[in-house]
Ligand binder design. Sequence first.
Ligand SMILES: [Zn+2]
Length: 258
Amino acid sequence: MGSYDRNSTESPLLRLPAELRVRVWRHTLGGETIHIGVHDNVIKSCICQSPVSDADKASIIKSLDEPTWYDTHPEHHLKCQLAMRVPEKLRTDSAPCLSLGVLASCRQIHHEAALLPFKENIFHLGQEPIEWLGNLIFEQAHAITSVVMTSRCCSWADSVMKTEFEDMLRGLKTIVMFEGTVANWKYAELRGYIDGDGMPTSKEPILMLENMPIEKATVAVYRSDDPDYERQGANKAADNRWADEIERRLTAPSDGLS
Ligand SMILES: [Zn+2]
């Protein structure tokens, strides 16, 4: 009897009904936010250590009367950012990587669960998301359902990046976005990212995701450190109007034309 057959008849886990086993895999391999970053040309990842989810943080930022400074975003993930700088083999429990060891334990487990880490976790993308996506096989990339981005992920968005995102993240359902620069209104208007009313134009980089099948978008705007922020007529209400419009456009059904 081969090890595959022996495993499936003798292992108590593999004798469980398939749907129960998938729940076990989900619990083991999912439910986390995973930071993805590139340091010294090496792609790194780390399980987020923040007690508050990015979706909750974005909702809190939106609900406050006063603008929130961008500095609080790196602070929110300070432990994670420090952990990312430690080589994976030197990490301790305080800076864990997602353990995928169980996937290598047997062919049947691999067959059932190999894509679950992509489907069941939230990926907090760093500054070079395309580099990471380019290292995944299509099935892995297509299994991703949820991402967190900051404006730094797509500050130089162009048609190549748009096509890469549309090709690779075609299963994307949920996005949380932290915008740290649009509140620099004069600059944004000069660059054509917002119009005279402060509403996003189609040049706005995050709108390159407009034709994707996103069902839920939460967008929070940090206060710009531009000393002219208020003099330019920007304020929290205007930031939130911009964020609401981005959320609406990201989740609107695509007409499939552009
Ligand atoms: Zn984190």
